[in-house]
Design a protein around this ligand. Structure first.
Ligand code: CA
Length: 241
């Protein structure tokens, strides 16, 4: 994973680089809008962190350019300006997320992780979980480059789990999600059970990973990364970097 940091505050940029390297990312730096532009035109990045207030112009211009030429690249805006206008313009231009300085490095890390998990493929939203890539708009699941053969119900079930990671989903809520009307009878629960069983098996066969956990007596949960989509809900942080 390669990340470009476009930031003119050298100390902040260095701190971010040191932290991200420790997290296993490859990093590159640009201190001006021009340098950022040059790098983006020459190389491919999985994610670009962009400061809005750069010495030679607004980072928002770079957001626009990246979205035009490299729509698959993730963008996180870093800004000292706690301006709602900047935030909205940035997200409107296609930035994936927004962090107001000062921020915690761990917060930046979790935003990057979350962004990389829901990267876009051919402009489509996708959830990436380990070797698995789920494309909701195409209703397809890829394991590496191979399409996973699953039924429509299994796809709905998988998406329901993926969008509710770490949450215990009861048999009742799963039944209601899959069939709309929930009928409280043992047949319905048997259907839920067999759909989960089949889906688990198909995914396990291809990935060797067990994503579904059974919570005795209550239901199931998906042990996978959190895939959040509420971009505007940026928490504020009191402890400065
Ligand atoms: Ca700046």
């Amino acid at each position: 994973m390669k990340i470009l940091i476009v930031e003119d505050e050298t100390l902040l940029s260095e701190t971010i680089v040191a932290y991200l390297k420790k997290e296993g990312y490859r990093t590159e730096q640009a201190g001006t809008l021009d340098q950022g532009r040059e790098k983006v035109n020459l190389y491919e990045y999985d994610c670009v962190l962009i400061d809005i207030g750069l010495p030679d112009g607004s980072g928002l211009g770079l957001v626009r350019e990246i979205k035009k030429c490299h729509p698959e690249t993730g963008i996180i805006i870093l800004s000292a300006r706690n301006s709602l206008d900047d935030k909205i313009s940035g997200l409107d231009l296609g930035a994936d997320d927004y962090l107001t300085k000062p921020f915690h490095l761990s917060e930046l890390n979790s935003r990057i992780k979350s962004l990389l998990r829901r990267r876009k493929f051919d402009g489509q939203l996708a959830y990436e979980i380990g070797k698995m890539r789920i494309l909701p708009e195409h209703r397809q699941v890829f394991i590496q480059d191979e399409i996973l053969a699953i039924t429509k119900k299994e796809f709905d079930l998988l998406l329901y789990f993926v969008t509710n990671p770490g949450r215990v989903l009861t048999k009742e809520s799963i039944a209601e999600h899959l069939w709309g009307d929930f009928a409280d009878n043992s047949d319905t629960f048997n259907y839920v059970y067999s759909h989960i069983k089949n889906l688990k098996r198909k995914i396990f066969e291809k990935t060797g990973t067990e994503y579904f956990r059974n919570v005795y007596g209550s239901g199931y949960y998906f042990e996978g990364p959190k895939a959040t989509t509420d971009k505007l809900d940026t928490p504020s942080h009191t402890n400065p970097l």
